[in-house]
Design a protein around this ligand. Structure first.
Ligand SMILES: C[S@@+](CC[C@H](N)C(=O)[O-])C[C@H]1O[C@@H](n2cnc3c(N)ncnc32)[C@H](O)[C@@H]1O
Length: 349
């Protein structure tokens, strides 16, 4: 897939997003600081917030509940309007189910939620409309794959020209993201991002599970289930930026004039599934959980993208990957690296 966002999640992403939940959790204190600093309208206009790259919305419920409480704590009568955005291929029915379900934050009078199906690498709101933009575990998904990765499906393993092309695409996408948010945020508006990241050695913490996935894809080629050409066309369209790739444009580049970087932290997220495995030793349950999470996040990129695989291939892959994880649970352990950042939209610029 290419064009405006190719990182769509599987339909059951919301049930298999425990690792991503850690991402939102790690930024809770940063969100609180953003909510203390952000201007809250006192003239009857709504406080406007955005959840960018929402998927099913499940992991946004806690932060948006926090947001409503904090904003209402500062002005009890201000309407609060949250827009959850994602690419058009997202399962927006799952988002609606989340927003109308029992755990939703929308039950309070004067609190509104809606959805927008458009890439965050495009304009999403009229100028000067947003008070707070929130995005977790989404901005490392690229707008498109610049070129396939030779011999692998995952960005960490890219070398040579493919690696450079990914890095350039990532820089251009991040610049586009910041350009649009700069236009949309009110002066004093807050941008809070938790993005997939890499240490300076280029590693994201997910290499083990991706190497197991590649082993299984190669086994499917050997078994004649997939062709070598199909495997060569499979690429997960992500780039986990280093801290410098996230922060340099905000501190020394052109965006330093429009944003003030307030908080930044590089974090390594826990692997909740592996912690459970260590506690109970149940490799079968661990393998099922890891496989379901992997397929929910990356299955559509691998199996519904340009590789155009036939029916049943994703299921064969799932069974094979689960067997590999069961045999080598330690190899699947995933401790995602993330960059947390908060920036204020300056008055000038
Ligand atoms: C791993 S999920 C994270 C979802 C949620 N924010 C969370 O923390 O659980 C990444 C989401 O980013 C979305 N995404 C990828 N590229 C995007 C783009 N260009 N614009 C908007 N959303 C995008 C995907 O469709 C997916 O729903």
């Amino acid at each position: 897939m290419s064009g405006t966002g190719s990182g769509v999640m599987g339909g059951d992403y919301g049930r298999h997003a425990a690792a991503q939940h850690e991402g939102a959790q790690t930024a809770a204190a940063v969100l609180d600081r953003a909510l203390a600093a952000v201007p809250v309208p006192g003239d009857g206009r709504a406080f406007r917030a955005a959840d960018l790259g929402c998927a099913s919305g499940a992991n946004a419920l806690e932060p948006m509940r926090r947001l409503v409480a904090a904003v209402r704590g500062r002005n009890a009568s201000v309407p609060v309007w949250v827009t959850h955005t994602d690419i058009p291929g997202n399962d927006f029915n799952a988002l609606v189910a989340t927003l109308t379900g029992p755990a939703a934050y929308t039950g309070t009078p004067g609190v509104f939620a809606c959805a927008e199906a458009r890439s965050f690498y495009e304009p999403l709101f009229p100028p000067g409309e947003l008070h707070l933009a929130w995005s977790t575990i989404a901005v490392h998904w690229l707008s498109r794959v610049p070129q396939p990765i030779d011999g692998h499906v995952y960005c960490s393993r890219a070398t040579g020209a493919a690696r450079e092309a990914l890095r350039r695409r990532s820089a251009a996408d991040w610049s586009g993201f910041l350009t649009h948010r700069a236009a949309e945020l009110v002066p004093g508006g807050q941008l809070v991002v938790v993005g997939g990241a890499a240490t300076d050695d280029g590693l994201s913490g997910a290499e083990g599970i991706f190497d197991l996935a590649l082993e299984e894809l190669e086994a499917l080629v050997a078994a004649g289930v997939l062709t070598a050409a199909q495997l060569a066309a499979m690429t997960v369209p992500t780039w986990n930026r280093t801290a410098a790739e996230y922060l340099d444009p905000l501190t020394a580049g052109p965006f330093a004039a429009v944003f003030r970087l307030e908080d930044q932290r590089f974090a390594v997220l826990a692997d909740p599934a592996y912690a459970r495995f260590e506690a109970d030793g149940d490799a079968e349950v661990y393998a099922r959980e890891v496989t379901a999470s992997f397929l929910a996040a990356f299955g559509p990129s691998l199996f519904a993208g340009p590789a155009a695989v036939g029916p049943g291939v994703a299921e064969r892959f799932a069974a094979g990957l689960a067997a590999r994880v069961r045999e080598r649970p330690g190899a699947a352990r995933t401790e995602w690296r993330v960059q947390v950042l908060r920036a204020t939209r300056r008055d000038e610029g």
